[in-house]
Design a binder for this molecule. Structure first.
Ligand SMILES: *Cc1c(COP(=O)(O)O)cnc(C)c1O
Length: 483
């Protein structure tokens, strides 16, 4: 494997978008997650790959390319050999050789299947790397972690699969009792490992999130249990997602002189599409990044007019995108606001006091140089699943269908049919069988390795929607509390 060249030979450091937390290296940022000033960590500069490297990427193995693309962000902390071992281990659990295969569903229109990992959603692509990184860094430091997270579905199972059976971490996932889909719940509760703990909270997803925040805000509890989180505000969760933008461009011939692709991304917390931005900042030719939203359309509004006012969360058939505050958007704002943390602080203070903010026309224009955004409603989502199935026999899950509908709108409105359009397929259709069946008449079966999911035993603990009770439940079961 050839070594990547990051221009400028200094180790990348990570700084907070709000400017008042210490700069950290990759390992510390991995363990810290959210910056202590409430901001998000971003690299202090954008390393680029050497121009001679890109054309050599065609046909290479995914894990091999993943090391090349991520290395400039890691260099100076973890040893290269250890990093390669972690990355190879992460992708050994995927059931498709190319990890992120492209499937053509129309003229110059592809979907990139990101759901071949253990829990059938794209979150495995990064979470599997994160699990290996945690293990490595904790052994090196002889430390233990307690991971806590709230989930409405996909994040919880992906995180559990990534840390199950690992020696140095306990994981506690809070889900709203009775409010996730059965597939999603069983993917979490049927995992038989001593360090995995599911808490079924008598409340909503928002209650679960508040309980998690409450645990982090209790400084003595946080330190006693060495708490850590796994949502996409962690830089190490976003970075591995930049890799598949590169492998797609390599497969489409872009890196050997072909036209640059457009990527259309079903978006919730803005982590996945921000990873496309990372790839572009590293020098990957990207024609455009397209934000696809369901009826929770705050991002469509902000890209169109700069209006970032919070609304009500609507429940849709693409629940992983039912979100009002897209945390990772702050990372992009930091760049378009000239990396001035005071400007970010100002907007985030407004978000808190006024439930929103308005970007000026200059900032909106800057966002528009690279991004487009489209909103897709429920009827259009069902129509898209139905139409693509009828025309090609291919079944889309509802999240991916939002992406395909947005991509088609972008292709029509721009008249551009020269640059390939790649829609990120974020979940396997069998994860959302009801919506898929309603649209297409076909009930997608679970893949063989999950075929007995409905027969497996479930393990979970019921807890009330009460912070003290939840903290007691966590402390009673966390191994770190016993040492
Ligand atoms: C998490 C998720 C999304 C949203 O991804 P973000 O990185 O939060 O924008 C989209 N689709 C599926 C299936 C997901 O699980």
């Amino acid at each position: 494997m050839t070594a990547s060249v990051a221009h400028g030979d200094e180790t990348v450091r990570y700084i907070s978008t709000r400017g008042e937390a210490p700069a950290l290296n990759f390992e510390d940022v991995l363990l810290e997650g959210l910056a202590r000033d409430g901001g998000l960590y971003v690299p202090d500069r954008w390393p680029t790959l050497d121009a001679t490297q890109w054309p050599t990427f065609r046909g290479r193995h995914y894990a091999d390319l993943a090391c090349e693309v991520m290395w400039p962000f890691v260099d100076g902390t973890i040893q290269r050999g250890d990093f390669e071992r972690i990355v190879c281990g992460a992708y050994s659990r995927f059931r498709h050789q190319s990890i992120a295969p492209l499937v053509q569903i129309g003229p110059n229109l592809w979907v990139m299947e990101l759901f071949h990992g253990p829990t059938l959603a794209f979150k495995d692509v990064a979470m599997q790397v994160l699990g290996g990184l945690f293990d490595h860094v904790l052994s090196k430091r002889d430390a233990r972690l307690t991971i806590v997270g709230a989930t409405s579905g996909d994040t919880g199972s992906a995180a559990i699969e990534a840390v199950r059976g690992r020696d140095r971490a306990d994981i506690f996932i809070l889900h709203p009792k009775g409010r996730t889909s059965e597939v999603q719940r069983r993917q979490m509760t049927t995992v038989d490992a001593a360090n995995v703990h599911n808490l079924a909270v008598g409340g909503t997803f928002d209650d679960c999130q508040d309980l998690v925040k409450g645990m982090f805000n209790d400084a003595s509890f946080r330190d006693r249990l060495n708490l850590s989180g796994v949502n996409s505000i962690n830089w190490a969760r976003v970075l591995p997602q930049a890799v598949y933008y590169v492998t797609a461009a390599a497969q489409l011939g872009t890196l050997n002189g072909g036209p640059a692709p457009r990527f259309c991304v079903p978006t919730g917390n803005f982590g996945d599409i921000y990873a496309g931005y990372i790839a572009a900042q590293m020098g990957l030719p990207v024609e455009r990044l397209i934000v696809a939203s369901n009826s929770n359309d705050i991002l469509t509004r902000v890209f169109a007019t700069g209006d970032h006012m919070l609304g009500q969360v609507h429940a849709t058939m693409s629940p992983s995108m039912d979100i009002q505050i897209s945390s990772n958007f702050e990372r992009l704002l930091f760049d378009v606001l000239d990396r001035d943390p005071r400007k970010v602080q100002h907007l985030m203070a407004q978000l808190k006091t006024d439930r929103g903010f308005q970007l000026d026309a200059g900032t909106v224009a800057k966002l528009g140089e690279r991004f487009s955004a489209h909103r897709v409603d429920e009827a259009e989502t069902l129509d898209t699943i139905r139409a693509v199935h009828r025309q090609t026999g291919y079944l889309l899950d509802p999240h991916t269908a939002v992406g395909v509908a947005a991509a088609q709108r972008e292709m029509q409105s721009t008249g551009n049919d020269a640059n390939p359009m790649v829609v990120l397929a974020t979940a396997h259709p069998a994860k959302f069988p009801d919506a898929v069946e309603e649209a297409s008449g076909v009930r997608p079966p679970l893949p063989d390795f999950l075929a007995d999911l409905y027969d497996r035993d479930e393990r979970m603990t019921d807890v009330p929607n009460d912070l003290t009770a939840v903290m007691q439940a966590v402390e009673a079961k966390a191994a770190i509390a016993a040492v």
